[in-house]
Design a protein around this ligand. Structure first.
Ligand code: SF4
Length: 758
């Protein structure tokens, strides 16, 4: 039995220290933590000057999340604590190359924690591990490209290759990467969106005709109420707190819906305001609803039923004209709601009628409502239903496509939305294929490719033989860690295009390669001069990004250069024109992807430009009926036995996706460790468990038992029979083949587990 990828470490377990949770985010601690992070990463000299360019017009885009920058004036400090952590990761002066890898086998390195691996520094030269070899050795770039090209061309079928993309990849690199894969003959283009907002894309496209949010930053101050569902902005999108604070100061009401009461939705001390640094809190959410895990459909139906009752009672509540003219399916939807029992609603969401009604009164008084969400809605078996019930609620009063109203799925990675717009998708729309064939004169593959979960399956079953990753750490991000690790081991070749070492580099195919690339904050010099790239944020704004730091090594290549190198060695095509001048890539994007007219000209605008959005721009719904769709979904039923719990995996405040910046989760009061399980104190009593007790967690699915060992019990404000753990440590409990209907997103937010005393 192979050793677990995330075995318990004695020293980490002993170090765990618990303190009271915080009831506010930001403040002096955020400033202090940012400075400490730069120092810890030896990034003071490179990080501080770079930070003054981060998210600035004509600067570079933060490599963290996808929260937008203001269209107007930017603050001198236009970043948050976690933006600095993301920058420090890449602006560190530490680097590792051939000498370091000559001293360490992959097995030895895999004994290090993810945090220790990320502290090693930037990858400084291309590396290769041959079959049977235990260590990486340095390799020449051209030799590396030749080897990959030879392997790809030796495949009996292009679908034996998989091309994964993480959300940091720029538009230009993503466009060329998908073109490369399709020219090779495959649509195997899984991306990190498959594991996060795929459910948002599917749920929204079906009902309102666009898989993206429909609001701008300005709408937040025009709203009357903002509902934050299944999202922890204080950690995952911290600058959103400034937007929420401005909204609250305009009298906007905020309702947070989350099993956990997160500091970031309770109150905020703005670290760029003297009062904030001195601890003056702005209360954000006026109502917090501690919903049971996966209770969102029930809560949304409750509000919908109450709206119907009010309409029946006094009229003038629903926007009947909007419903009449702009939607279909209302009658069936209404009939369905009449048959939904309150008992079902209350048992599913775990809230009292009073709690639901109190929030409903705020909604009822609110003409304009914005609903924001993240993984808490998208990583469930019924995730698409979660999203579509949000749409149902807003359609009832025409709260879509008007100022101050709409949907706002908040993307977790800086360009994950842009990559999808560039064609990084396993089932490409016909117009994309037609555009590519017309512009590049080739026959593109039509058969759908693999998304993430099916890529894991194809590698595990030996159907896929080559895995190439443009950034990211799919091993740690994926569900079912041990299954995923075995899938990678069964590949002939794994290639990782990365800035820093992570666990995904240590679990490899027979042959493995690491191709070190420039980071977002580094200068990208090509034959025609310094190049800029472009990205798209959560609100559909495309803007430029141009790093200013000297590359940490002269052995690095840009993502665009690497794809052009692969095209030469694999397709025997000369893409040097694209490599020399990225505006030529944008000229092609303009011809293939709708909405990018005058791309290079408009990219010169300091604030960038908005992509077309039918709902936002003209309340038009480009669906199969050209109307918005009301949909009908069942309330999920969880018949948990006494000893069973619903588990959700979450991030700490010292984490960005799978990158571990540190071992603390300051807002939740957890310090020095990550192997914890947050439990309701009454559930602890029932299981006769105390704080710090060690337990194993076990999940059973499809006759397979999955276990993670030695987690420490932490009492926390969480609904009964619900527990929370951190990923990637608990990902091993999430079955790879248990995923959301339609979107195939792993169900990391609702896994049935048992807790066994150690
Ligand atoms: S909110 Fe997101 S994009 Fe903005 S600075 Fe923080 S991590 Fe970066």
């Amino acid at each position: 039995m192979k050793e677990s990828q995330y075995p318990p470490k004695e020293d980490e377990l002993d170090r765990l220290d618990l303190k009271p949770k915080k009831d506010f985010a930001g403040g002096w601690d955020a400033v202090n933590s940012s400075l400490k992070t730069l120092k810890k990463n030896k990034a003071i000299l490179r990080g501080i000057p770079a930070s003054l360019k981060m998210n600035q017009k004509q600067g570079f885009d933060c490599p963290g999340c996808a929260w937008p920058d203001p269209d107007e004036e930017r603050a001198m400090v236009e970043f948050c604590e976690n933006g600095i952590k993301a920058l420090a990761e890449e602006a560190t002066s530490r680097k590792i190359g051939r000498d370091f890898f000559q001293q360490h086998t992959l097995q030895e390195l895999s004994q290090m924690s993810d945090y220790e691996l990320s502290q090693l520094g930037r990858l400084s030269e291309p590396l290769y591990k041959s079959k049977g070899e235990l260590k990486y050795k340095s390799i020449d770039w051209n030799v590396a490209f030749e080897k990959i090209g030879k392997k790809l061309n030796s495949l009996s079928n292009p679908d034996e290759a998989i091309f994964y993309t993480s959300g940091r990849t720029s538009n230009e690199a993503a466009f060329l990467y998908q073109l490369f894969a399709r020219k090779l003959g495959t649509n195997n283009l899984p991306d990190c969106s498959n594991m996060c907002h795929e459910s948002s894309g599917v749920g929204l496209s079906e009902t309102i005709g666009i898989g993206k949010g429909t609001v701008k930053l300005q709408d937040f101050e025009k709203a009357d109420c903002i509902i934050v569902m299944g999202q922890n902005p204080g950690t995952n999108h911290p600058r959103m707190l400034s937007t929420l604070q401005r909204a609250v100061r305009q009298g906007v009401k905020i309702i947070s819906v989350n099993p956990l009461r997160e500091a970031g939705t309770e109150s905020f001390c703005h670290p760029q305001e003297v009062a904030g640094v001195l601890g003056h809190k702005t209360q954000l959410s006026s109502i917090h609803l501690p919903i049971r895990i996966n209770g969102d459909v029930a809560l949304l139906k409750a509000w919908q039923k109450l709206l119907l009752d009010k309409e029946h009672e006094r009229g003038g509540v629903l926007d009947l004209q909007f419903i009449q003219n702009k939607t279909i399916g209302f009658t069936e939807f209404k009939d369905h709601l009449h048959h939904v029992e309150w008992s079902q609603i209350l048992s599913s969401c775990g809230l009292s009628r009073e709690q639901i009604e109190e929030a409903f009164q705020v909604l009822l008084k609110s003409k304009n409502i914005i609903v924001c969400w993240a993984m808490g809605l998208t990583q469930h078996k019924n995730a698409v239903a979660n999203i579509q019930e949000v749409v149902n609620l807003l359609l009832m009063r025409g709260q879509l496509g008007r100022p101050g109203s709409g949907v706002c799925p908040v993307r977790g990675h800086s360009n994950v939305q842009g990559d999808r717009t560039m064609g990084i998708i396993e089932n490409p729309p016909a117009d994309l294929i037609e555009g590519l064939e017309r512009e590049f004169v080739f026959t593109a593959p039509k058969k759908s490719g693999y998304n993430v979960v099916h890529s894991l399956q194809a590698m595990h079953e030996g159907v896929a033989k080559v895995f190439v990753a443009m950034g990211g750490n799919l091993l740690s991000a994926s569900p079912d860690t041990e299954y995923t690790a075995e899938a990678f081991r069964r590949c002939d070749l794994t290639v990782q295009i990365s800035t820093k070492l992570n666990r995904g580099h240590l679990v490899t195919g027979e042959e493995a390669m690491i191709l070190p690339c420039l980071s977002r904050s580094e200068r990208d010099r090509q034959k025609t001069g310094f190049q800029k790239v472009s990205v798209e944020n959560s609100m559909g704004i495309v803007h430029s990004s141009q790093g200013g730091l000297d590359p940490i090594s002269d052995q690095l290549k840009s993502e665009v250069s690497i794809v052009c190198g692969l095209a030469k060695s694999t397709l025997n095509e000369d893409w040097s024109g694209f490599e020399e001048d990225y505006s030529r890539v944008r000229d092609k994007i303009e011809k293939v992807i709708p909405g990018f007219e005058d791309y290079n000209i408009r990219l010169e605008k300091p604030e960038g430009f908005y992509l077309p959005n039918g709902v936002r721009d003209s309340q038009s719904f480009v669906t199969t009926s050209n109307k918005a769709h009301f949909t009908i979904h069942d309330i999920p039923k969880w018949d948990l036995r006494e000893e069973q719990f619903l588990m959700m995996t979450i991030r700490t405040h010292d984490q960005f996706n799978t990158t571990i910046y540190g071992l603390n989760d300051r807002y939740r009061g957890v310090f020095g460790g990550r192997r914890v399980v947050f439990m309701n104190s009454q559930d602890m009593v029932k299981l006769d468990l105390d704080t710090y007790d060690e337990v194993n967690l076990l999940s059973r699915y499809d006759q397979i038992e999955r276990v993670v060992e030695r987690f420490k019990v932490v009492p926390y404000e969480i609904p009964k029979q619900c527990v929370a753990t951190y990923f990637p440590e608990a990902n091993a409990l999430v079955p790879w083949d248990l995923y959301a209907d339609k979107s195939h997103t792993p169900v990391s937010k609702s896994v049935v587990v048992e807790i066994q005393r150690k």
